[in-house]
Structures are given as C-alpha cells and as structure tokens.
Design a binder for this molecule. Sequence first.
Ligand code: ADP
Length: 255
Amino acid sequence: PKKIVIQHETKDELHKLAVTFNRMIGRLEASLEKQRQFISDASHELKTPLTVIKSYADLLLRRGIRNEEVAHDAIESIYSEATRIQKMTEKFLDLADTESGNSLETKEFNLVSFCEKICKQLQAAYKREINLHFNEAWITVIADELKLKQVIIILIDNAIKYSMDKVEVYLEDSKKLTRVTVKDYGLGIPEYEIDNIFERFYRVDKARSRETGGTGLGLSIAKNIIKQHRGEIKVKSTVGIGTEVELFLPKRNEK
Ligand code: ADP
C-alpha cells in the first residue's frame, strides 16, 4: 500500500486546526451550559407565581363561588401573579434578543432631548423627582434608540425601586465618549455584590426585589445592549449612601 507522508508544514497546519477546533468546541460547550442554566433558572422563577396561581384557583374552585371576599382576594392574587409572569416572559424575550447577535438599528440623534423625554415620562409614571443635568444642550450619539431607551429606563427604574429620594441623571460629552450617569441616594450595593448584579436572575435582596416587581434580569439586558454598542457599564455604590450607574458610549459607532 502507498504510504502517505505528511509534510512538516501540513502537520503544523493540522495542529493549528485541531487547536482552533478545540477552542470552538469549548466555546460551544460553555454556551450550551449557559443555555441549560438559563432554562433551569427561568423554570425556577416561573414556578413560584405558578404555584400561587394554582393554589388560589384551587381555593376558588372549593370555596370561592360561595364567598365573595375569598373570591375577590383570590382573583386579585391570580391577576398580580399572572402579570408577574407576563413581565418576566417579556424580559426573557428581551434577553434572548440582545444575545441573538441581531444587529442594531442605529441612527444619529440628540441624547439630551431623548433623555428629557424619558425622564419626563418616568417622573409622571412614578411620581418621583428625576433631575436631568447636561454639560451641553446638544449631545450627538449614534445608537439604537429603542434599545438605549430600554437601558436608561432599566437604570432609572432601579434607582427608583431601591431608593426613596430623587434620582439624578447626568449627561456628559467629551471628544472620545459620552457618559450617562444615573444616581440615586438609596440602599446601595455591597462591594462584593457589584459583579454579581449583572448576572441573570441575581438579586442582592431577593425578597425586596420580588416585592418591587424585580426579575433580576434588568442589568443583564442593559449590559448586553451596551456591549452591542461597544460601550461599557460601571457601578459605583456605597451601602446606605446610594448608587451611581455609568454608561460609556464611544463617539463613533460603526455598527
Ligand atoms: P431587578 O429586576 O431585581 O431590579 P436587576 O438586574 O435590574 O434586577 O438588578 C439586579 C439587582 O441589583 C437588584 O435585584 C438589586 O438588588 C440590585 N440593584 C440594581 N440597581 C440598584 C440600585 N440602584 N440600588 C440598589 N440596588 C440595586
């Protein structure tokens, strides 16, 4: 039989290919593990409201029809837990969307008027003081408007949920980047928790977050969106004093 001789260079090439292949498999495995973890966490999150709904439905079936008060309480609880599930599934979809590699729909716009509108809407909705500060009246950014709006809402929403006082929003423009800071004078976050809060479903205080309607997904979604914009998100916080979340957006964003 004919002997196949593998050239030295070919061996080298094959070795390189094998290394690349191994790396790809490693990445695929990590991504699959992440998906598995997500499904497990998501099911866990859905389980609690579903159990509540089921037990109230059961109560209604057994006693509710005869007792108006019981019926009212049960229906109210079912409604609020169903709303919770609805909000959660919307967040699941948002998270999937920001991880899907879907391209952004970017355009150029003025960040100042954009944020003015958002702050006004949220101030009216939450009935809380939200002050907007900016160093220039016109700050041009190139971004996906809907997604950036989503991020800013997540940050202001958190600032409102985890504090009782006013919320400050600062816009600063420099040559290289644009910075958006959302500042609150609330609970704060312990330093060792700061990296964790960007993890999916992570809440510093699970009970409090649940009470305020939190899912633990907001900051993961915000981080993904800012990553898509090639920007950065940072948190500075002191327990009992308050929290500052900073977004850095690069000036030129070809994506
Ligand atoms: P959630 O929907 O629970 O607010 P997020 O992903 O937005 O989820 O935030 C994760 C956790 O980080 C929250 O549950 C909360 O414990 C903490 N956190 C986020 N923003 C703030 C803030 N401004 N002040 C204090 N804690 C915060």
